[in-house]
Design a protein around this ligand. Sequence first.
Ligand SMILES: [Zn+2]
Length: 102
Amino acid sequence: MSKLLCDFCCDDEPIVSYPAKDAAIEIPLPGGVMVLNSVGGWAACRECARLVDTGNKEGLELRTFLSYSLALPVEDERVMLKAVHEVHELFWANWLGRCNRE
Ligand SMILES: [Zn+2]
């Protein structure tokens, strides 16, 4: 059973799914390469959806960074910020531009 989480900040109450093309990237991290496969839409909670809808990329990256750094030990913030940036670029490049409000 999988509970839907916000793909940007891991909030457990996403309200929107942004349709996107399937895509994958490899993110180099100190411990190795993280492969991220994105299949289908990206779920977003209310706050992340607001940031997406207003095109606030910096705000969205900061929000994701803060939620990740609470969940994972961050040894090098620049590495984490770069990884977040690359994941978000994947979203912006493959987002199909409409959204399905639930
Ligand atoms: Zn969120």
